[in-house]
Design a protein around this ligand. Structure first.
Ligand code: KG4
Ligand code: ZN
Length: 345
């Protein structure tokens, strides 16, 4: 390690984006993402195609991240990579790369839990932005996950609630598909909601005990409703598209906030963070603002590039693990299922 600064290369390859980032202390010098468009025509991520694209992209993305950061690869003190959860074939590409790089450069490697990464993205330095104080709550909402995490310290967290079926992003995408939108439809529901009435239609909400979520019933409820209405009027979806979007969006947000508010008041925690791709949703952001003001919350959402799957969040987690000496060795293997609190972190 050169002097008192720590430079970490982060690698993220758990799903369909190949990402590499360079972190210096808590500042991101570069955070590049190679997206994969091959999946769009299939309406979802095809694991086999994802692994292949990671294999093609990983070296160029790392190379560009190092160049963009204005450093040399010899300046890197450690490599942090996503060990899981995610698609195994995708994780293997990042893990194998990390092993080779660690061996070739003679630097330690750090195996990061992707979900911890989403939470710790809140500690990346951003101009003029405060950071949450421990203990805080983090709602992680994306295409693959929906969790409420109690964060007691950087590397001490507990999942209090999670989805028992679909993730919130999946709920948006599946609903969007029923409305005839292309994949991923979440952002399109958001766009059309802006012109719609959120109270035009009501969809059933799940009754799940405790802090867990369920979204599969919502999809069924939308499906039956649309089948019934399009039998009467085949043009129903086209005529009511904006109202349908706004009503669906409101239902998803209500389901999320019901539980978030419950946890916050039960534990009396008022630092509330949101992470994951769905945090881009304008309705969710507005609701966070409203609830925050009403309940005296301090609310936090990272910059969007640190919210969706990215290597910067893996690098910052690597930094905290580095400081605790939590390193992996060459026998480390990726894990498709890897829950917070089950590994070294
Ligand atoms: O974090 P992310 O990029 O990747 C995963 O880990 O899944 O999240 C992608 C998900 C998709 O389901 C997408 O439809 C959803 O986030 N999403 C949105 C919006 N932007 C992205 N959902 C609703 N409104 C948005 N504006
Ligand atoms: Zn993710």
């Amino acid at each position: 390690m050169a002097h008192n600064e720590l430079i970490i290369l982060g690698i993220e390859s758990s799903c369909d984006d190949t990402s590499a980032a360079i972190l210096k202390n808590n500042t991101i010098l570069s955070n590049l993402i190679a997206r994969q468009d091959v999946h769009n025509e299939y309406g979802g991520v095809v694991p086999e195609l994802a692994s292949r694209a990671h294999q093609q992209n990983i070296i160029p993305v790392v190379d560009m991240a190092i160049k963009k950061a204005g450093i040399k690869k010899e300046d890197i003190d450690a490599i942090a990579f996503t060990k899981g959860p995610g698609l195994l074939g995708s994780l293997i590409v990042g893990t194998s790369f990390a092993k080779s790089f660690s061996l070739a450069m003679g630097i330690p490697m750090i195996d990061v839990n992707h979900m911890v990464g989403h939470v710790l993205a809140h500690f990346i330095d951003e101009d003029g932005k405060d950071k949450p104080n421990f203990p805080f709550l983090c709602l992680t909402v994306s295409g693959g996950h929906t969790q409420i995490v109690l964060v007691k310290d950087y590397l001490d967290m507990e999942v209090l609630g999670s989805t028992i079926d679909d993730a919130a992003g999946e709920a948006f995408d599946k609903a969007a598909k029923l409305l005839g939108f292309p994949y991923p439809g979440g952002p399109l529901i958001d766009k059309h909601s802006k012109n719609g009435n959120p109270d035009a239609f009501t969809f059933s909400k799940p009754r799940i005990e405790g802090y867990n979520f369920s979204f599969s019933g919502l999809k069924t409820s939308i499906l039956y409703f649309l089948e019934k209405e399009t039998k009467k009027d085949p043009e129903f979806i086209v005529k009511h598209r904006d109202d349908l979007c706004a009503s669906i969006q409101k239902t998803v947000i209500d389901i999320l906030f019901d539980k978030l508010i419950k946890v916050s008041s039960d534990l009396n925690i008022k630092d509330i963070c949101i992470a994951g791709g769905v945090s881009a949703n304008s309705g969710l952001r507005a609701e966070l603002q409203i609830q925050g003001e009403k309940r005296g919350w301090r609310t936090f959402i990272p910059k969007f590039e640190f919210c969706t799957d990215n290597a910067a969040m893996i690098a910052i987690t690597g930094k905290y693990m580095f400081e605790k000496g939590l390193f992996a060795d060459q026998t480390v293997a990726p894990m498709a299922r890897f829950s917070i609190g089950s590994g070294s972190v």
